[in-house]
Design a protein around this ligand. Structure first.
Ligand SMILES: [Zn+2]
Length: 390
């Protein structure tokens, strides 16, 4: 069960085709790869022998192979995920298809920096491996999520106004020294986007997921590919300007959508109505009892958000715009405000086929997305052999 086994490129291709966890027949895989049925069958047999693929064959008489279903062996190795938000962190041990074997979520201030986060993670990991009943030797990949853009090439946090103390830190290297396996560092909104797409929209090629919590960030699928951009800034919509706003942002500009569409933005909007709240729990309590001022504040934040999203629609023409994050999934008011604004600002052709939705499972989506990246990272690192090519 060693996670690392020499694989031929053709074997990796089949594993990548099974990486979404959906069972597939030989015919499905013949279609995906363009190979002959015999080639697919031979590669599948090898992968079953190597413990990478599980076959669910229906026994039947007669000649020829039965119409079996094949899935990636999710139990072959585990992925450890550490997903940090600004004020909360979730850790999980998952199988290769992102099913959580053990997890924990706690309040944690991202201001403790990489060293503090590392120390905390080391302690949590011991408990979670014990709870998951998996030896740490089964670990094949670690994925770290951060509420910061991650440089496309160096995989280090960038964005000086977001996470002081983390900028440029070799988070992957530090976690790698502790866990002894390669580490993939990713922006948290992108992790949620990957996980939300796998769960809710596996066949959608063009999708925007927007995380709204302490901050705001988006993940963008265009043509079925997650967009990172040259620096990793694709989807960093927080500092796009709202035309009607002159409110100052910590970045030095005025009118950034972040200062309106975030926990802090809602706290400020409520304060203008004479309501003093201090955190998301207070906002949630007001929203859940239908407080009129809170409803109004969330609707207006949604309208501001829609103004920005209308521009994204014109650039990307997505099929789905999904809201998530602790604020993004708090009732329907933010979503309703966004829709209102979208229909006012975007061309009707762009909104006619658009599906807008909000999700409450963003933390689990981040874990699923991280596990998916972990699997992709494992497959990218499995050394290729020779002589088994299709
Ligand atoms: Zn700003």
């Amino acid at each position: 069960m060693a996670p690392h086994t020499t694989l031929a490129p053709a074997q990796k291709t089949l594993l990548e085709a099974l990486a979404d966890g959906r069972p597939r027949t030989r015919s499905d895989l013949t279609e995906v790869t363009g190979w002959t049925r015999n080639t697919v069958a031979a590669r599948l047999d090898e992968l079953i022998h190597l413990d990478w693929v599980v076959a669910n064959e229906e026994p039947r008489g007669g000649r020829g192979r039965p119409p079996g279903l094949f899935t990636l062996n999710a139990d072959r190795a585990v992925v450890f995920v550490a997903s940090f938000g600004h004020t909360r962190a979730t850790w999980a041990v998952t199988d290769l298809l992102g099913r959580t074997l053990a997890s924990r979520t706690e309040r944690l201030d991202i201001g403790i920096g990489p060293e503090g986060a590392m120390t905390k993670t080391r302690d949590v990991a011991k408990d979670l491996f014990a709870a998951a009943k998996r030896p740490s030797s089964a670990l094949a990949s670690v994925v770290v999520g951060l509420p910061s853009p991650i440089h496309t090439v160096t995989r280090r946090p960038i964005h000086p106004w977001a996470l002081p103390g983390w900028i440029g830190a070799d988070v992957g290297g530090a976690f790698g020294r502790v866990f002894g396996v390669p580490v993939w560092v990713e922006n948290d909104a992108k992790l949620m986007t990957i996980g939300a797409r796998i769960r809710h929209f596996p066949d959608v090629q063009d999708l925007i997921f927007i995380k709204v919590s302490s901050g705001i960030g988006a993940g963008i699928y265009s043509g079925g590919v997650l967009q990172r951009g040259v620096l990793g800034m694709a989807g960093e919509i927080g500092h796009l300007r709202i035309a009607a706003s002159d409110k100052r942002c910590a970045c030095g500009n005025v009118g950034c959508v972040l200062v309106h569409v975030s926990t802090g933005g809602i706290i400020d909007a409520l304060a203008e109505s004479g309501i003093q709240v201090s955190d998301l729990d207070d906002i949630a309590a007001l929203a859940n009892r239908g407080d009129a001022d809170c409803t109004r504040a969330l609707r207006q934040a949604g309208r501001y958000l829609g103004e920005i999203v209308a521009t994204l629609l014109a650039s990307l023409n997505p099929e789905v715009v999904a809201l998530g994050g602790t604020l993004g999934s708090l009732g329907d008011n933010l979503l309703a405000g966004m829709r209102e604004s979208l229909y006012a600002h975007a061309h009707p052709t762009l909104t006619s086929s658009l599906h807008t939705v909000s999700f409450g499972d963003h933390e689990m989506a981040a874990i699923r997305g991280a596990a998916h990246l972990g699997l992709a990272d494992i497959l990218s690192r499995v050394p290729s052999g020779t002589g088994l090519d299709a």
